[in-house]
Design a protein around this ligand. Structure first.
Ligand code: BG6
Length: 467
């Protein structure tokens, strides 16, 4: 582009977190246990009991976000604070906490963007089958109603389910599927169907109860590259894109199953049971926008038909293939971060263009970030220049996508403040604000502004002119 478009006025510059990764206070004030609280945590990494202690420090945290210049803050509500057992009695202390947090944000001119459910399903529901049980749809609908009724006077932006596609593709990682099942994939696609219906019901309810509010899904969407220009590789990439990305957004936006995915489900015996009325519910719900999380593109090759499709090379972040469908491929053009994740800013632009040209809905980026072992130096300095470089390169691509005509209304990278990584503990950091704790030593949990804090402050103050 010779003529770069500017970031829109009133752009939602912000950052993201999720309840179980930041709040701590895992069993305080009536909160019930979630599947995350009950999981056997990965050896050598922390659990989520204290996390960043945000539950007790939210005022200080919001003040820091305001100082940073945040226009919006994306956080999630812990279902188990509102309904300790997933359904039944509302816990007033839970309502009170989020009222306080939302009020604090509004006082500081920060728009709250609320994720209704970010991985932390109430354990009581899981014990009754979780998303395999249709009753969980009703529990989610009741929970949604409670959220809209209590917070809808102040919350204008709602995200239904965080990364539903990752929960289905990596079901065993979140503790919502029994790994010993004979056909876990069939069960996962049944759960998926129930989640899609639950999401559709929540979107409809939101529009009925809160005509001014906006609601959308929040999957993880990334461009899928073929390993080469070989037509069979291109076809494999197209198939994987349908299975990984479009299944979820086609349903949310068009209210129908993607045809490529449906035939894949049929061929493998994974089709879900659909009861009468489901397809109407799905067809009659519409999102107002698409929120999506992006970390890096993925690459796949044509299936070999044998188990080598699933490349367990020890490099866990290279796309895991599926036997007979596609083979995982490491992209030789991309560098990786300290955790082996590929870094692909151009793929971010491609992803934005793909989503927009497919659905023509406004987009908001609700996660994107660099996990790193940041070092706290003397005099409270954290020089995370690598994070600045990473975010700058992605913002340049975002501006290019905007210049391509893609409608984007916000950028909320992961994460606003250091928090506990979903799989790799608390020393894998993502935030603009350092939280002084180690994997097992909680230290003083004090907050320290990183270099990236000052850089992002300048970006926001200039509305993206000064990257
Ligand atoms: C996304 C999740 O999948 O990626 C976050 O929505 C998660 O909850 C983030 O923390 C980064 O992944 P990780 O494993 O590095 O924490």
């Amino acid at each position: 582009h010779t003529n770069l478009k500017k970031f829109p006025d009133a752009f939602f510059w912000g950052g993201s977190t999720s309840a179980y990764q930041i709040e701590g206070a895992w069993n305080e004030d009536g909160k019930g246990p979630s599947v995350i609280d009950m999981a056997n945590h990965v050896e050598g990494v922390t659990d989520f009991k204290v996390a960043s202690d945000h539950y007790h420090r939210y005022q200080e945290d919001v003040a820091l976000l305001a100082e940073l210049g945040f226009k919006a803050y994306r956080f999630s509500i812990a279902w188990t604070r509102i309904y300790p057992h997933g359904s039944g009695e509302v816990n007033p202390k839970g309502i009170e906490f989020y009222n306080n947090l939302i009020n604090e944000l509004i006082k500081n001119n920060i728009e709250p963007i609320v994720t209704m459910y970010h991985f932390d399903l109430p354990y009581a529901l899981q014990q009754k089958g979780g998303w395999s049980n249709r009753e969980t749809i009703d529990a989610f609908e009741t929970y949604s109603k409670t959220l809209f009724a209590n917070f809808g006077d102040r919350v204008n932006y709602w995200l239904t389910i965080n990364e539903q596609n990752m929960m289905i593709l990596h079901g065993d990682a979140i503790g919502t599927i029994d790994p010993n099942l004979e056909n876990p994939k069939k069960e996962l696609y049944q759960q998926n169907h129930h989640m899609l219906v639950a999401q559709a019901k929540a979107m409809k309810l939101c529009h009925q109860m809160l005509p001014e509010a906006k609601i959308g899904p929040a999957p993880n969407i990334v461009s899928i590259y073929p390993a080469s220009a070989k037509p069979e590789d291109v076809l494999a990439a197209d198939n994987f894109a349908a299975i990984r990305n479009w299944l979820y957004l086609d349903m949310a936006v068009f209210g129908r199953y993607n045809n490529v995915v449906w035939s894949y489900l049929e061929e493998n015996g994974y089709t879900p049971t659909i009861v009468e009325g489901d397809m109407d519910i799905l067809a009659n719900a519409n999102p107002d926008f698409i929120a999506f999380n992006y970390y890096t593109s993925q690459s796949v090759a044509e299936s070999t038909g044998d188990p080598s499709d699933i490349n367990h090379t020890g490099d866990q972040h290279i796309t895991i293939g599926e036997q007979g469908v596609y083979k995982g491929h490491k992209n030789e053009y991309l560098k990786t971060n300290e955790f082996g994740w590929e870094i692909d800013p151009v793929g971010f632009r491609t992803t934005l263009r793909e989503i927009y040209s497919r659905y023509h809905l406004p987009l908001i980026v609700t996660e994107l970030g660099l996990g790193a072992f940041d070092q706290l130096e003397e005099d409270d300095i954290v020089n995370d220049s690598y994070r600045i470089d990473f975010l700058k390169k992605h913002l340049e691509q975002l501006q290019l996508a905007i210049s391509d005509g893609v409608e984007v209304f916000g950028f909320c990278p992961w994460s606003a403040i250091d928090l506990v990584s979903t799989h790799q503990g608390s020393s894998k950091r993502y935030g603009f604000i350092y939280v002084n704790r180690d994997e097992f030593d909680l230290k003083d949990l004090r907050r320290i502004r990183k270099q990236s804090f000052y850089w992002y402050q300048g970006v926001i103050a200039s509305n993206g002119d000064k990257l």
